[in-house]
Design a protein around this ligand. Structure first.
Ligand code: AKG
Length: 218
């Protein structure tokens, strides 16, 4: 059985409310996807993807980089945002205007106007890579939503509630989909199941995810 047989397929332009304050914008990026990818490639050419160590001593299966004023980093001392890339000791590349514009348009469509992200985490998944259930809670400003763009191979996104005890729902995310969550779902637990193998027309055997956040000042 195909991994996704039990998940509904929706058409571009459709919007699914996945939880209070949380929506999936199907096919939000229908055009200019190659340009967005090229822009992302130029960011990771400056700040290469790398596998962070977790505070528990594990190496993450997802490779990560950042652009924007602040970047999410992890090492045995903990998770945090940093203005400098700890590998190069340089500031993260600036957030390209087309990425900022995409994040702001998606947030507005989901009911969050005035979104001003200062951090964009770039996640690269290869087959088998996954992200365990977690909350995004390292940001100082929890009023702003999270905006998350999927490109490349499809993935199963797990989205729960702010309570770890609640069983998450599963959503199929394909190239061009955007998920936005905030308000009562801002601290919802979420994760990504192990990526199934495949061959995407632009990204081959990979999935890229761009997660925009407003970290804000304390
Ligand atoms: O890859 C995704 O779709 C989600 C990424 C995510 O949950 C995160 O970066 O916190």
């Amino acid at each position: 059985m195909d991994l996704f047989d039990d998940l509904p397929l929706l058409t571009d332009g459709a919007l699914t409310q996945i939880a209070p304050g949380a929506v999936l914008l199907h096919g939000f990026v229908r055009e200019a996807d190659a340009d967005l990818l090229q822009t992302t490639r130029s960011v990771v050419a400056q700040a290469p993807l790398r596998h962070w160590q977790t505070p528990g001593g594990y190496t993450m299966s997802v490779a990560m980089s950042n652009c924007g004023a602040l970047g999410w980093v992890s090492d045995p001392n903990g998770y945090r945002y940093a203005a400098l890339d700890p590998v190069s000791k340089l500031p993260w590349p600036a957030m390209p205007a087309c990425l900022l514009d995409l994040a702001q348009r998606a947030a507005a469509q989901a009911g969050y106007p005035h979104f001003q992200p200062d951090a964009c985490l770039i996640n690269e998944y290869v087959p088998g890579a996954k992200l365990s259930m977690h909350q995004d809670k390292d940001e100082n400003d929890l009023r702003a939503p999270i905006v998350s763009l999927s490109m490349g191979l499809p993935a199963v996104f797990l989205f729960g509630t702010p309570s770890r005890k609640d069983r998450p729902q599963r959503y199929r995310l394909v190239h061009g989909d955007v998920v936005v969550w905030g308000g009562p779902s801002r601290l919802a637990y979420h994760g990504v199941a192990a990526l199934a193998d495949g061959d995407h027309r632009l990204l081959g055997r990979r999935r890229l995810n761009l997660t925009f956040r407003c970290v804000g000042s304390a």
